[in-house]
Design a protein around this ligand. Structure first.
Ligand code: FES
Length: 109
């Protein structure tokens, strides 16, 4: 499935992800600076992404645990999600998400 990431600098990056993969893995494979420190345990929020508004309502709803972690994520907004909790599916072909401005490894460039 195709996913479009928008980097902290605003550049679009097209990526391909296999159905069933967490969006976090697709993002990392595409070189996005998402740490995903806890590997999907919902204990870090370093996999935070901002979903394009037109896509947000099409995603399965966030669990309460995810909402709680998002409250702690820096720069979180209304369409924020944890990318480790979103599984790539046919319905999400063309999904667009933005990497939040404060994501780590872009620093110092
Ligand atoms: Fe830690 Fe997603 S990888 S919350």
């Amino acid at each position: 499935m195709r996913v479009r990431f928008v980097t902290t600098k605003g550049d679009p990056v097209e990526a391909e992800g296999a159905v069933g993969l967490p969006l976090l893995e697709v993002a990392q494979a595409a070189g996005m600076p998402l740490e995903g420190t806890c590997e999907g345990q919902m204990a870090c929020s370093t996999c935070h992404v901002i979903v394009a508004p037109e896509w947000f309502d099409r995603l399965p709803e966030a669990s309460e645990e995810e909402e709680d972690m998002l409250d702690l994520a820096a720069g979180a907004c209304r369409t924020s999600r944890l990318s480790c909790q979103i599984l790539v599916s046919e319905a999400l072909d063309g999904l667009e998400v933005r990497v939040p401005p404060d994501s780590h490894d872009m620093r110092g460039r």
